[in-house]
Ligand binder design. Structure first.
Ligand SMILES: CC(C)(COP(=O)(O)OP(=O)(O)OC[C@H]1O[C@@H](n2cnc3c(N)ncnc32)[C@H](O)[C@@H]1OP(=O)(O)O)[C@@H](O)C(=O)NCCC(=O)NCCS
Length: 158
């Protein structure tokens, strides 16, 4: 009997986390500390992968994270993560970060990042994950770019 897992859609992995930025999230300039946002990015990415693989996962790689706009205390940070490409045991996630001023409704996309996670079995060894089923042209295109991005990551490791 085949142990191949049935494929799952990108949509099935999508996770949105929302958090109000409070004074304890501030840096010394009074804006939000980048480290808080990086932690939320990693949490959202891991959750999307757990949804896809239905296994525990660990972060293996984080691509460049660029902060395009400062996030203010009092902003609602909205983080959306979805699986963009899968290998055998690894999953690439695209994470987008938006900041919304809940008073004015002004909203800006402040970050986007790709991260890679590996699914682990009960002994902490990498375990195969379900194939990813892209449903739109954009998802198909991103999956192909994800294959190339993963190839580049592994080439840099050599
Ligand atoms: C993730 C980990 C289990 C991988 O172990 P490993 O012995 O390298 O296992 P493998 O060589 O089989 O690699 C597993 C997958 O990771 C991928 N991988 C390995 N290094 C990678 C890298 N630098 N970038 C992207 N993917 C990588 C491999 O391509 C493979 O994917 P595939 O099965 O889809 O082809 C191991 O490196 C680990 O435990 N790292 C620490 C994870 C951690 O603690 N993260 C939190 C940091 S605070």
């Amino acid at each position: 009997m085949s142990d191949a897992k049935p494929g799952k859609t990108v949509n099935a992995s999508r996770v949105t986390l929302s958090q109000l930025m409070q004074p304890e999230h501030a840096n010394t300039h009074g804006n939000v500390h980048g480290g808080w946002i990086m932690k939320l990015i990693d949490e959202a990415g891991a959750l999307a992968c757990m949804r896809h693989a239905q296994q525990r996962v660990v972060t293996v790689a984080v691509d460049t994270i660029t902060f395009r706009h400062p996030i203010r205390i009092g902003d609602l940070v909205i983080i959306t993560a979805e699986v963009s490409f899968v290998g055998r045991t690894s999953m690439e996630v695209e994470v987008r970060v938006e900041a919304e001023n809940p008073i004015t409704g002004e909203c800006s996309e402040t970050n986007a990042a790709y991260l890679v996670y590996v699914a682990l079995d009960h002994n902490g060894r990498p375990i195969p994950v379900p194939p990813l089923i892209p449903e739109t042209d954009a998802e198909r295109q991103r999956m192909e770019s994800g294959r190339a991005r993963q190839g580049n990551r592994l080439a840099r490791e050599r």
